[in-house]
Design a protein around this ligand. Structure first.
Ligand code: BDR
Ligand code: CA
Length: 315
């Protein structure tokens, strides 16, 4: 089978970095471009990080498009402490490269590319949904021309920036709302309920270091800040890897149990960013707008992740 043409729209970010790295190591993905958005860092940081991650993997041929620096309400999203000031746990400089972004902006690129390849592109959203919402606003055909959209965002139960909100949806709730209401035929939402179950343990992290390559050292380094933060805030010695589950799921759908759902995002007020997940559209006369990741086979995920990136089991 020919590899799946994909675009990753992201805010790297340690776990976004992992999503890109997994896609680059899989024979089943054909990464056409990386689009950036403000989130884990300001847009300068996330764009620079995307360029440098591609360079680290010797894939500077893949174009990077700079996207929105502000959410739809014109506010700059608050960055995430867990990934440090540079979004890569203080290690962004360790992979600095001379790569340059493309002159076109990410929204214009997304509209043009997806509309020129109707029904072909699987788009990953691992940051705030701002670029994708703008593409939908700018082009009547964009939503229907997408083959598939896989989003990391939301939570049915507990949030990570408020009791109810997950960061990506909270950073631009209006964008998440518009994307979910756009009528995209095939949308999967992968939230904290499952991504919290695929964190990196200390043992796994140490084994990654022992692989002994520049890439393994980088992954070891950038996951330290997230580990420390989890320990400080929740007394859990694991590092988050949320975003990488999106790519892993495309590569092996059996990793997740996905249930049809009607998903709405609260755009303002006390519950800003909360995703209201109505499994099977029970409260919406059966009408569903997405699939929601209800459970995860973590061992299956770890197997796929490590054998794909390092060509070996890490347990
Ligand atoms: C999401 O927020 C970001 O900090 C991560 O990169 C991930 O996309 C998890 O809530
Ligand atoms: Ca992210």
């Amino acid at each position: 089978m020919s590899p799946e043409p994909i675009i990753i729209d992201c805010d790297p970010g340690c776990d976004d970095a992992l999503a890109i790295i997994l896609a680059l190591h899989s024979q089943e993905c054909d990464l056409k471009a990386v689009c950036t958005v403000a989130g884990n860092g300001a847009i300068d940081n996330t764009t620079c990080n995307a360029l440098n991650i591609l360079a680290l993997c010797d894939r500077s041929d893949i174009p990077v498009y700079r996207g929105c620096s502000r959410a739809l309400d014109n506010r700059q999203p608050a960055t995430v402490e867990a990934f440090g000031d540079d979004g890569l746990g203080g290690y962004a400089q360790s992979i600095a490269s001379d790569n340059h972004e493309q002159p076109k902006d990410a929204v214009a690129f997304l509209v043009e590319y997806v509309n020129n390849h109707p029904g072909e592109i699987t788009l990953f959203a691992t940051g705030p949904c701002t670029n994708i919402a703008c593409a939908i606003r700018n082009s009547a055909e964009f939503a229907t021309n997408l083959k598939r959209l896989i989003i990391m965002g939301g939570a049915k139960y507990t949030g990570n920036v408020s009791p109810v909100a997950e960061y990506n949806f909270w950073a631009d709730p209006q964008a998440a709302h518009e994307v979910l209401q756009a009528g995209i035929a095939n949308v999967t939402v992968i939230g904290l309920d499952v991504t919290n179950k695929i964190a990196l343990t200390c043992e796994m992290r140490e084994r990654i270091r022992l692989v002994g390559t520049r890439l393994s050292r980088f992954l070891y380094d950038i996951t330290r800040e997230g580990l420390d933060d989890n320990w400080r805030s929740r007394h859990k010695a694991v590092a988050p890897m949320h975003d990488v589950l999106t790519v892993a799921y495309m590569l092996d759908p059996d990793i997740l149990e996905v249930r049809p759902a009607n998903i709405e995002v609260v755009v303002d007020g006390l519950a800003k960013g909360q995703s209201i997940i109505d499994i099977d559209g029970h409260w919406h006369e059966g009408e569903c707008n997405a699939g929601y990741a209800a459970s995860v086979d973590a061992d299956r995920f770890y197997h796929l992740l490590f054998t794909t990136i390092f060509d070996e089991e890490i347990e």
